[in-house]
Design a protein around this ligand. Structure first.
Ligand code: E4P
Length: 295
């Protein structure tokens, strides 16, 4: 859009430069002639300055558009795995597509992890597998306790992201962590309003739960789209981490609507690579190859 504005300005100035009867020349000339009609060179100077600045502005806007396009083409949706299971995390990591891990108290409990020492050891083990961010959720529900627990979690590893529930004290805690440069993931988000608050508080990630919305007959994907629109309207840098993704189409649709990250268990991630025509095609290729080789 800015290119259009600058382009029109450029064209207008360009034409004015060569069309001596133009409005611009008339304005510039009359202004200066009112002061001193004996300085004809001033006219040209004004037009030259406007002409050159328009040229620079046009060049700048073209560069901005080109660089923006390049930046967007390098942007990709990150894949996080939604589990505390070390074997699953390793498998996803070995596939070469893993960008991070999300956990929650239920997922930790599912792996039988309890007690501070075990929890610490487990998060460290996860950080040892992935090169990406690892969300570790606070159990505390008051601001003061969340700050203490979150700071302790953040100290465990530089890639730990403190996961905080979207409640009043949680919002305050996110603001505090953000002021201290501690990364946060605002979890249990079910509305665009909650996502807006998380962004204003400076959350690194916001986790809208698409599967749980679908469970109650509400389209989870629409929430992702709404948050994308809101964040893009104002340039919020909080990353949309689509959570509670339960099947491969959740992942594909998240990519369609522009989620920054999707987190899903191993099964839906692996299911993405399955297609019966791929399997049938491969079986046929191998059978034909064996036949030709006389096997
Ligand atoms: C991750 O951050 C969330 O805690 C998780 O995706 C919730 O998933 P669920 O709704 O399948 O339990």
């Amino acid at each position: 859009m800015s290119a259009g504005v600058f382009g029109s300005l450029f064209l207008y100035t360009f034409l004015s430069h060569f069309n001596h009867g133009s409005f611009l020349r008339f304005r510039a000339a009359s202004a200066w002639e009112a002061v001193d009609t004996n300085i004809p060179s001033v006219n040209l100077d004004i037009r030259t300055i406007v002409f050159s600045s328009s040229l620079i502005a046009l060049a700048a806007s073209i560069l901005i558009i080109v660089f923006n396009k390049k930046a967007n083409s390098n942007k990709y949706m990150k894949f996080f795995i939604d589990t505390a299971n070390l074997a699953h995390i390793k498998e996803a990591h070995e596939l070469g597509i893993l960008d991070g891990v999300t956990t929650n108290p239920s997922l930790m409990a599912k792996e039988g992890i309890s007690g501070q020492e075990n929890v610490v050891r487990h998060y460290q083990a996860i950080c040892g597998i992935t090169d990406g961010d690892v969300s570790a959720e606070v159990i505390a529900t008051t601001y003061e306790e969340m700050v203490i627990e979150g700071e302790a979690l953040a100290k465990l590893h530089e890639r730990i992201v403190v996961k905080v529930p979207m409640i009043k004290d949680g919002l305050r805690a996110i603001k505090y962590f953000s002021s201290k440069g501690i990364k946060t993931n605002c979890t249990l988000v079910f509305s665009a309003g909650q996502a807006l608050l998380a962004a204003k508080a400076g959350a690194t990630y916001v986790s809208p739960f698409i599967g749980r919305l679908d469970d109650v007959s509400t389209d989870g994907m629409t929430l992702i789209e709404d948050i994308r629109t809101i964040y893009d309207n104002y340039g919020y840098t909080t990353q949309i981490l689509a959570a509670s993704a339960r099947h491969p189409m959740h992942i594909v649709n998240c990519a369609k609507v522009g989620a920054d990250v999707v987190t899903a268990p191993l099964a839906p991630i692996v299911a993405l690579l399955k297609h019966p025509l791929t399997d049938n095609g491969l079986a046929q290729f191998l059978a034909d190859h064996a036949k030709a080789a006389g096997k």
